[in-house]
Design a protein around this ligand. Sequence first.
Ligand code: KDG
Ligand code: MG
Length: 404
Amino acid sequence: MKIVDAKLVVTSPGRNFVTLKLTTDEGLTGLGDATLNGRELAVVSYLDDHVLPLLVGLDPHRIEDTWQYLYRGAYWRRGPVTMAALAAVDVALWDIKAKAAGLPLYQLLGGASRDRVRAYGHANGAGVPELLDSVRARLAEGYQAVRIQTGVPGLKAVYGVHTTDEHGAAVLHQGARPLVEDWDTDAYLRHVPAVFEAVRAEFGDELPLLHDAHHRLTPIQAARLGKDLEPYRPFWLEDCTPAENQDAFRLIRHHTTTPLAVGEVFNSFHDYQSLITERLIDYARSAVTHFGGVTPLRKLFDFAAQYQIKSAMHGPEDISPVGMAAAVHLDLAVHNFGIQEYSGHSALTEEVFRHAYTFTDGHLYPGEAPGIGVELDEELAAAHPYAPAYLPVNRLQDGTVHDW
Ligand code: KDG
Ligand code: MG
């Protein structure tokens, strides 16, 4: 079999997605997600200008070799743009291979290690009462694990809680300029334990509760928060400190038994190395889409398994249904699955990307369609062209730029 066509579909059915479509001489097609939130067009250029011309003529069955060829062959390695581009190629090749075999992808990854994939949803509120309503709404949708985020008294906007317009609709960006949010770490650290206390008082001890600190704390602040949350037994504390510095986790780990999750902005094994070998984290958060694909992420999870560290793939709305489908197949197959983040997608996105995976009673199922089980409606996609959009930027109250 040979690849005869490689093209990108960039679409914005409510938010931007970049999808690679490969076609073979046998008429099989494969899809891969290359969406990098706020930097979508950089990945488009990387693929269009430097990768797609190399793919035409290759045997799509040679997944490992193609991955190594694109990774080592470029000389310049790693980084989010490169690895999102590689991920799209890798997943599209797996999609083709599984379709050629007439099997759902998870069967090629060793088959199912479990019957279903537990997912967690997001509960957000400007204040505690709204958050409690939001938790109730997630439970009504079937979720059995919930991430809780609230506004912080005195701050206008906080990660996880959207700024809204006069009609109450979420404002995600202002055209080509990111929104600016404000931040005060002391106010946040005072507030979060009270939030956990209120949620536990309302929903009891059993519901798994997660929280994302979104890279905003120093190691000693993260250690303090981990300790303060211990009485409420969080499922995890996520991205508590910027993780470029893996050493920081030694200090945090030394002070708290709150489980730690990290890795959604990582893009290679090397970002994790000492976090895993020194058992400094409990959950590895990378998504297929940002880590170079199923091929390297499977290797990472298998390595992490030797240290009792579990998978917990990033699954926000900016992972397209193509990336989410690949994730659910991998979730089902790896032995050390922990949990999958899942926010769902807008109704329009679900029309553009029709998928075999389903969500029922808080769990995801990949479905039995051959491949990853996603079909792209290219005509509908074309009706919703790319629109510039960015994640917010964070500033302290004196104006200093802070991590978002
Ligand atoms: O593109 C970045 C977002 O997906 C990120 O801010 C979401 O932190 C996030 C999460 O845990 O889903
Ligand atoms: Mg996160």
